[in-house]
Structure formats: structure tokens, C-alpha cells
Design a binder for this molecule. Sequence first.
Ligand code: FE
Length: 331
Amino acid sequence: TPAMAQEQVLNIYSARHYPSDELMYGAFSKATGIQIKRVDADDAGILARLKAEGAASPADVILLVDASRLWRGQVDGLFMPIKSPLLEQAIPAHLRAQPDPNGGTAWFGLSTRARVVVFDKLKYKKSDFDSYEKLADPKFKGQLCIRSGSHPYNLSLFGAMTEHMGAAQTEAWLKGLVGNMARSPKGGDTDQIKGVASGECGMAVTNSYYLARLMRSTQAADVAVTEKIGVVFPNQSSWGTHMNVAGGAVAKHAKHSANAVKFLEYLASPAAQNHFANGNNEWPAAQGVRFDNPALQAMTGGSFKSELLPISAVGQNQTKVQQMLDRVGFK
Ligand code: FE
């Protein structure tokens, strides 16, 4: 049978840049006897590599850290849509690809992260930033730190804003963000948080897990950074805080597709979902998983309203958003 012919090997191309994931891979190998070989690159690098390798690609599982890139991999035909009752039951419909026209699902979100606002507690209060729209208010001129507009995390946030507000209003908002920048975009999300703590900016945009990582750090300097800032989960009284996903797919030309599905199902299991929550400070994508993370608890007070937009929709706005960014001069 094909199952018997399949060697106990799994080739993963991963954009998850989180060292704590090692434990999870080890646990899977131990439980199944399947040996994992991993190639690390960023989302764009992985998609380019899959295209270049074509049918000769050794990749079985693809792990990416952004909804727009997952969508891109799907429309470029780089994934093998799969049928997994277990994944379909565990992962809510808005956190996975729309059903493939030929059956199956091209990718599944496996963990979620909120794109939040942090601010200088001495200068501002939570209500100053209780919506993303307020970041563009001219009264915050010279206060905003944010990474490059073209980074997938921002493309996805701006793609979601386009769904909520329409293109014209989103472009005006982006223009307002550019007008409020404290400096030209540089660095990653952690650098934006540190920019607030150092006083270079009054407000910044970051993924939630970078902040949680600083909160849970054993370095006094990291903890000192978090003590200077407040955090807001925006749009609680409207569409909810923007959530992005990290997710997985089976590669189009996977040679070990049964192992690949098994691995994705493992990632949706309560044990692995707990790992995402505790090891990397993300929220489980699977429904009904209990977890205990003091930083996430402290940040949210226990619960918050998250955006319920079908996450597959943000990818479709990518090109439009990039054109807006070019027009308003958002580097
Ligand atoms: Fe990240």
C-alpha cells in the first residue's frame, strides 16, 4: 500500500522563526517515529524556493507566519489541498483557506496573533488608541513607530482595514500614518516597542507575541521596557482587533503527504496548541483549547474581541494595498 511505501521522513520548509518550536518537532518524532528534516527561510523565500524547485521539491509541509503569504502560496498552486476531518473540526472556518474548487482545503491557520498598539504610559492613555483609525489623527504628529509597510504583518493589517473601511478611506488613513511617523520605518516589531520605551516615539504597532516575550524575559532590561508602555487591543467597540495567523499546508509535490497531514493534525492537537500559547505566546487556532499564559492574561485581562473576518480575504487585497503604500510614500 502507499502508506507502507512511505518512508518515515518529513521535510518541512518553515518560516516560524521561534526557537521554542524545536520541542514540538521533537515530541512529534518521538510519538510517530517520523524523522523531521527542516529548512528555515522567511515566507517569501520559501514560496520562491517552492516555485524554483517545482515537481523536484523535497518539501512535504510548509509553515508560514502570515495570512497573505498563505493565500499567495495557494493561488500560485504551491499547495496540495487536503481533506482532514480532524483539521476541519478543530480549526474555525475563518482561520483557514476557502474550500478548494476541486475539494479539500489548501491551508489551515494553526495559531493566531493580535496586531496591537503600544504607547508611552507617561504621555498617553488607552482611550487615545482604542481604534486603529486613531493612529492617523494629526494630533499624534511625529509619534508613530512602525515597521515597513510592505512587511506581511502590515500588508495583512492594511488588507483587513480595506475590507472594513473600503479602499479610499484606507488610503487616507495610511497617508495619516505616514504623516504621524516619528522616523522612517526600520527594524522589526520589537524595535518599535523599544522605540516607545526609549522615548523616540509615543505609539507603535506590534504583534502581541513580541510584547509578551519581553514581558516574560529573564533580562531586567526587557522587563523595564514593558513597564514604560501600555498596550491596547484596538477596535473593541467595532470590528475587533486584527488577528493574523501562522499556518501550515501540504506541498503540492509532497513525497510524504500522509506524514505531512499527520504532522498538521498534530499541530492542531491540544498539546501542540498549548505549545504555541506557552512557548511562543500565540493564541491557539483550534477551538476549545485551554491554556495558561500569564503574559497573555495580563495583556488582555482574560478576553478581548478579535476580528472575525475570513482571514483568506486579506490576501486578495495585497496588491491594492501595496499600490496605496507607494502612492502615500509609506516605505
Ligand atoms: Fe514574527
